[in-house]
Design a protein. Sequence first.
Length: 318
Amino acid sequence: MQQTLWSSLPEHETRAPLADRMRPRTLDEFLGQKHLLGQGRLLRRAIQADKLQSSIFWGPPGCGKTYIIEAFIHELMKQGYCFMKLAGADIHASLVGEAEKRVERAFAEARRHAPCILFIDEIDSVCRNRSTPNLPNHALNTTNSFLNAYNEMVSDDKPVIFIGATNYPHMVDVAMADRAEMIRVPLPDLPAKANKFRMLFEKKVKNEDGTTTTETKIALEPGLTYMDMAEEIDNYSYRDFDRLQKCLVDALLTELRAEFGQSAEAGDEMYRAVSTGAHPLTRELFMKVLDSFQPSKKDEIIRSLDSWDADIQKKMSD
């Protein structure tokens, strides 16, 4: 696998947050969203055949855009691609004209290191819709620089794939939206939700011989499955799952402290009790925590995305 440029995927960083290190690293590891990455689907076929076109993935916050993007980036890196990742915050600067230079440099570096994948998160902040009322001059200049650099990349005919991600597709300039494949990513479906619980409650340990072993962090009581838990929740983002896990762990620790006490030795005993199933997560405790848990509010942004999508589909059919 080639050296990445400017940034590395979270799984390559041993100091990265646990949630990042446990992200799917291949298409086969990514469960759910079969309409995008299932066997035989257009996106998966394009990735495997090295025919992926520039694309912008859009959807509500925490829907898994970055999960999906990083999964197929791993696949492309196996084919010899380099990888560059930037966010809008990496490009914008306080100095006038600096953002334009950074955009131009990003595309130039991608072309110089072709074959290369250039991934810009929060593309809506870098390639702002020029029809936006009262758009500041610096944002207009950055958008123009972005489009010019993108056009030069395309005309250069080098194997560079541009990937963008945004929560706000209506804020991306129409010219760029027309040039890229716009791919909607919904909130996690049932298989993806069950898999997220598995990722949170289990961990993979790499052995000395290179093999991996799955270890349980939080055992479930007999009869309770990850799919059972997934079926109880709706409209959850991946960020909601991370918060829910913390609430479940807190609830378990509250029960365990009453039994084991507060000493350091008790901490080890509590971990063994939870991981071995001596004190598993019960359906009753899961439902109790779930009843009091408040997922992030997302109805408004989903309605906005639905409306934008409907408008785009109508224009395409006219």
